[in-house]
Write a protein that binds this ligand. Structure first.
Ligand code: HEC
Length: 103
């Protein structure tokens, strides 16, 4: 948590003024171990999500949850979530600035 919030603070300070960033989603803790709260992958194979297109993230999350993308770790993480919860996570990650290396 300490490391993540430091990273989030650094991002907030370096980001251009964002129009009302969304509030942290309640379920963010389910994702942060692998994708970070800041949307930067924390483990090998976990893609960066920060700045990804909202529609793309929303659709990808539904595909994992419904098994159309058959990836067990993502299916486990998204399985218990409602459409509204998935959308909140998609909004969160898409609103973050993309990591420098990806720009
Ligand atoms: C145990 C690690 C782990 C957890 C926890 C996890 N993910 Fe993932 N996530 C992955 C991996 C690995 C992939 C790549 C899967 C693939 O090859 O399709 C991935 C892929 C994704 C993608 C697709 C990105 C793309 O570019 O196609 C999205 C979106 C995503 N995760 C969001 C989430 C969200 C939101 C949560 C929390 C509900 C979450 N993930 C939890 C490991 C994880």
């Amino acid at each position: 948590m300490r490391i993540l919030s430091t990273a989030a603070l650094a991002l907030a300070l370096s980001a251009p003024v964002l129009a009302a960033p969304p509030e942290k989603p309640a379920r963010l803790g389910l994702c942060a171990a692998c994708h970070g709260e800041d949307g930067v992958g924390r483990i090998p194979g976990a893609p960066n999500l920060a700045g990804q297109k909202l529609d793309y993230l929303r659709e990808a999350l539904r595909q994992y949850r419904d098994g159309r993308r058959d990836i067990p770790v993502m299916r486990a993480a998204t399985g218990p979530l409602t459409d509204a919860e998935l959308d909140r996570l998609a909004e969160w990650y898409s609103a973050l600035p993309p990591p420098k290396a990806a720009q």
